[in-house]
Design a protein around this ligand. Sequence first.
Ligand code: SF4
Ligand code: SF4
Length: 98
Amino acid sequence: MEEKKDDNISAMCTVAVGEAGKTGDWRSVRPVIDRKKCIPSLKNKSACFLCWLYCPEGVVKPGIPVEIDLEYCKGCGICAEECPPRAISMVREDKINE
Ligand code: SF4
Ligand code: SF4
């Protein structure tokens, strides 16, 4: 049987949570969300979620409030860079409990 080719179908990939292992073990900085600035919390509306869209590890849970699985977050800071209202700060792990 002849193989059919559909030009509308292209290769896609999706991130898999935890593919890089428990990166929370060696992370040196972590994202901390200021809920007073985060759009979904502020407006009580499912909106923005750019942190979820850009996170390469797929560890951001888009909801109200937005949550990050720190067990697998590698602390790359992309979410903080992409957040329009600058609601995410990257905080050094050794400063977390201070
Ligand atoms: S720092 Fe942000 S973008 Fe990077 S892995 Fe953690 S949640 Fe994802
Ligand atoms: S990108 Fe920033 S404002 Fe938007 S949902 Fe994420 S933390 Fe909230």
